[in-house]
Design a protein. Structure first.
Length: 381
């Protein structure tokens, strides 16, 4: 499989809502993790990383399905799905009031679509903790409170404007005010906006419009020592207990060990290292896939002799929307989609054999694309 590196502008021509920000207190392993992702080598060393700015990178999403398609089709080129990862400045207490790099931190995180929250879950006297000792629960609450305070400021400013319109009998303003009041009460209880359940489509759209930081989906990464990379430790148990009622995934990752793995040149050396740790693949690969899922993204494939490519779409997108990711003309002039499920393509070995077996389906404008679909679009413009 060929390596490739494209410009930020080229990537953004096709991608939407794919940016996940790495956040956490100083010295919890954020930048080391970011550097691991920047050098991540999957099984065949085909997951390159293109640096866009000092703290932004486009990372390929490890997916064995595209390796299988490459094996079957033998294309001239292969392009994988990608996700933006942002290394955001460390946050300290008082960030909501501009302390430390608070303003930069909050501005950067607001631009992201999801949060990867790194928590230090290891003891090491050589790495100083900003608060003096290791306590992931306190660390999580520090960041949560700062983000909630910033959102509270946003909500109260918006309420000032909405209250006036609501008093005049404006029904839209009254609906917005009711939602803002619920969010404000939630934030005052030290809970994040994502815990507020929208009651209808209008509230879903309003929540998106508010652009609240604590409404973004979150993934917790417990940075552990090498010996805890498989089963975790007491700190990981504490985090799991704390977030059990949140709609959030917890991942265990030994960032230090991941950094060592990326320094190894050969696939064999990396596999030996992983086996010694009791792992089957680098934790960075698990994290990248989890971030992709967190952003509610999925993949469909196009497969031809010139190129096998993974295209990224939102979960729930229709066939025309999926076609539009390739080119807007494909969506405008959409006629139909010819679809083969990946498992059928893989087991039968080719598009022709899938067609012979009756596994190639013709789908119209209402078809909801499934993850892993191998697709060919017919259009007319």
């Amino acid at each position: 499989m060929k390596r490739f590196c494209v410009t930020y502008q080229q990537i953004k021509k096709y991608q939407k809502d794919m940016k996940a920000g790495i956040v956490g207190l100083p010295n919890v392993g954020k930048s080391t993790l970011f550097n691991c992702l920047s050098n991540a080598k999957a099984q065949s060393a085909n997951f390159p990383f293109c640096t866009i700015e000092p703290n932004i990178g486009v990372v390929n999403v490890p997916d064995p399905r595209i390796n299988r398609l490459e094996e079957l089709v033998k294309p001239q080129a292969v392009q994988m799905a990608t996700v933006d990862i942002v290394d955001i400045a460390g946050l300290v207490k008082g960030a909501s009031k501009g302390e430390g790099l608070g303003n930069q931190f909050l501005a950067n995180i607001r631009e992201c679509n999801a949060i990867i929250h790194v928590l230090r879950c290891f003891d090491n006297d050589n790495i100083v903790h900003v608060d003096g000792n290791v306590n992931p629960i306190r660390d999580k609450e520090t960041i949560d409170i700062e983000l909630q305070l910033k959102d509270l400021e946003t909500v109260e400013k918006r309420l000032e404007k909405v209250n006036r319109a609501a008093k005049t009998g404006n029904k839209e303003a009254q609906v917005e005010k009711a939602l803002l009041d619920r969010i404000r009460e939630t934030l005052l209880q030290a809970k994040s906006a994502r815990t507020v359940e929208p009651q209808n489509q209008d509230e879903i759209e309003l929540l998106e419009d508010f652009q609240l930081i604590t409404n973004k989906p979150v993934l917790y990464v417990c940075n552990v020592d090498e010996n805890s990379a498989v089963n975790g430790n007491k700190y990981v148990d504490q985090v799991r207990e704390l977030v059990k009622d949140e709609d959030a995934e917890v991942i265990i990752l030994s960032v230090g060990a991941e950094a060592d793995i990326t320094e190894l040149e050969s696939y064999e050396e990396r596999q030996v290292f992983l086996e010694d740790m009791g792992l089957t693949e680098p934790g960075s690969a698990v994290l990248i896939r989890a971030a992709y899922k967190l952003l509610k993204l999925q993949t469909y494939f196009t497969a031809g002799v010139k190129e096998v490519r993974a295209w990224t779409i939102n979960v729930g997108d229709t066939a025309p929307k999926a076609a539009g990711v390739i080119h807007t003309d494909f969506e405008k002039g959409f006629i139909r989609a010819e679809v083969i499920a990946f498992d059928d393509y893989s087991s039968l070995g080719s598009e022709a054999k899938a067609k012979e077996a009756g596994k190639l389906r013709v789908e119209g404008k209402e078809y909801i694309v499934k993850d892993g679909d191998v697709m060919h679009f017919r259009f007319n413009v």
